[in-house]
Design a binder for this molecule. Structure first.
Ligand SMILES: Nc1ncnc2c1ncn2[C@@H]1O[C@H](COP(=O)(O)OP(=O)(O)O)[C@@H](O)[C@H]1O
Ligand SMILES: [Mg+2]
Length: 247
């Protein structure tokens, strides 16, 4: 019986992809101090598809960057994919990010001097998944166009390459910061449908932050953010397919 207790705690912790307590991020000091994230308590279950909504300046990007290990918190606890991020130094956070997190940004952030496929290969090699690169480029439907440079690809194609890159390391967690912000409606829907499909296939946890409330309709759970705090938290009983979204 005695060893049951830690085992149950362990299972419980594994089910949670993200757990924060009093998570806080402050930039600057004195009169210039900005409290971007103000004491966030959050638990996100592994395998869920979460959309975080909030107006510009509400702290969405900052919170996502804390979860991704891009920045260290100023205070509070944060555990992602079983790792205590507040206790890591910069080098350890970089390793964590490579191994556990796939990131997708509004403006794609591809390396312009590498072809689409090379952008994916670079990350795949860093994460020890070199053989996955061409598979991933095929998976996002760009096998034919992979040898083009980012400037020769449309926005939607660039974002699909970015999705392939994010997935190349087989991360448990996919994070998107306004991933459809620079795409037209139809292209945005296709990218979201692809994200959802691949995440379900691979049992990945997805957290997308956006100011576009329509995207929330496809989420399992919708968080609202304002002034650095989570101000609403709702489960969506019937998520719709991405191709039914209108904006
Ligand atoms: N590196 C930074 N230095 C100083 N202030 C920042 C920095 N990053 C974000 N902020 C501030 O933190 C607040 C939250 O910003 P952000 O997380 O980017 O919000 P959102 O993504 O919701 O638009 C804003 O007031 C912003 O100006
Ligand atoms: Mg932002």
């Amino acid at each position: 019986m005695v060893d049951m207790v830690p085992r149950m705690v362990g299972n419980d912790a594994e089910r949670l992809a993200i757990r924060t307590r009093g998570l806080t991020k402050t930039y600057g000091e004195g009169a210039a101090e900005v409290r971007a994230v103000r004491g966030v308590d959050l638990e996100i279950e592994a395998g869920s598809f979460v959309v975080m909504l909030g107006p510009s300046g509400s702290g969405k990007t900052t919170l996502l960057n804390l979860i991704a290990g891009i920045e260290p918190p100023s205070a509070g606890e944060i555990r992602v994919d079983g790792v205590d991020l507040a206790g890591l130094d910069e080098e350890q956070r970089t390793r964590f990010r490579r191994n556990s997190v796939g990131l997708i940004f509004q403006f794609f952030n591809l390396i312009p001097t590498l072809t689409g496929s090379e952008n994916v290969e670079l990350i795949a090699e860093l994460t020890g998944g070199g053989e996955r690169a061409s598979e991933m480029v095929g998976r996002v439907g760009l096998a034919e166009r992979g040898d083009h440079f980012p400037a020769q690809l449309s926005g939607g194609e660039q974002q699909r390459i970015a999705v392939a890159r994010a997935l190349a390391g087989a991360p448990h967690l996919l994070l998107g910061d306004e991933p459809t912000g620079a795409l037209d409606l139809d292209t945005g829907r296709k990218v979201l449908a692809l994200l959802r499909e691949v995440a379900v296939e691979r049992d990945q946890t997805v957290v997308l932050v956006t100011h576009n409330a329509v995207i929330a309709r496809m989420a399992d759970r919708v968080l609202g953010m304002r002034d650095g705090r989570i101000v609403s938290d709702e489960l969506n009983p019937e998520p719709v397919d991405a191709d039914q979204l209108e904006w």
